[in-house]
Design a protein around this ligand. Structure first.
Ligand code: SAM
Length: 246
């Protein structure tokens, strides 16, 4: 499979891009590529480009040949709001949501989630999650890198939301004749999903989301899913019902 590499630079026809030593080693030593061999570059914003190695360097240089149509970016713009939870869970949730075509991710600070990390922790966590998003996009062939925002509070949330239906997945909704995904109308171009942390959402948080932001509570059935499972399942279910996985 032609190697795909994420680069920060602007991509345009005939541009020459120098790759870093890590990628140079991967292409020349691990993959044993040579001058003239093809690779794919993407920068998460201006699509993917067919390129070829023109100099082995260092630095290794590639030249852009042609833009590749965005075949793997989802038509349904899914925003996933995730109660900020302990490291492993949120990283797995983020990685799987990217593979399932999520367009935007908003970590949310909730009552039972992890407390707001201090500035240094927050910086490290944001950088790590950003890297997971890029690696997952690279691995699954996406050309647009989903956006992951800084952790938001409930107060921040209204200003961050796109128009379109807002679904809050609540394990206690089952008891109150919950709505199920397949009974909902097609959301159109965009849908926003909210999943709580492993400690769950308080009833006050659920009411706040319903009354202040118009979220509809939705049940995923009788079993209690882990936060990371619920994140993956909800994005995949929306893509199956209304996007490009069904
Ligand atoms: N109350 C849960 C418990 O007893 O373990 C804690 C929350 S659950 C681990 C994490 C999140 O996944 C929930 O906040 C909710 O958003 C979602 N979730 C899990 N199971 C669900 C279900 N059956 N229906 C709707 N949402 C669910």
């Amino acid at each position: 499979m032609t190697p795909r590499i994420h680069v920060p630079q602007l991509l345009q026809q005939h541009a020459r891009i120098a790759l870093d030593d890590h990628e140079r080693h991967r292409l020349l030593r691990t993959l044993r590529l040579h001058v003239g061999d093809a690779i794919i570059l993407f920068n998460g914003d201006s699509g993917a480009w067919q390129a070829r190695i023109v100099e082995t360097g260092p630095p290794l240089q590639v030249e852009l040949v042609a833009r590749i149509p965005d075949a793997r970016d989802a038509a349904l713009a899914v925003t996933l709001i995730l109660g900020l939870t302990k490291s492993g869970a949120i990283e797995l949730a983020v990685q799987k949501a990217v593979e399932c075509g999520v367009a935007r991710l908003i970590p949310l600070l909730t009552r039972y989630g992890v407390s707001r990390p201090d500035a240094r922790q927050s910086e490290n966590k944001s950088r790590r999650l950003q890297r997971i998003v890029i690696e997952a996009a690279q691995q699954c062939g996406r050309t647009r890198v989903p956006e992951i925002l800084e952790p938001a509070t409930w107060h921040d949330l209204p200003g961050l939301l796109d128009p379109g239906p807002r679904l809050l997945f609540w394990e206690e909704a089952e008891d109150v004749q919950a709505v199920r995904l397949r009974t909902l109308p097609h959301p159109g171009a965009a849908v926003t999903l909210l999943i709580g942390p492993e400690g769950g959402l308080t009833a006050e948080e659920v009411t706040h989301a319903q009354e202040q932001m118009g979220f509809v509570t939705v049940s995923l059935g009788p079993r209690i899913l882990r936060a990371e499972t619920a994140a993956m399942v909800t994005v995949a279910a929306c893509q199956l019902l209304w996007g490009d996985m069904g």
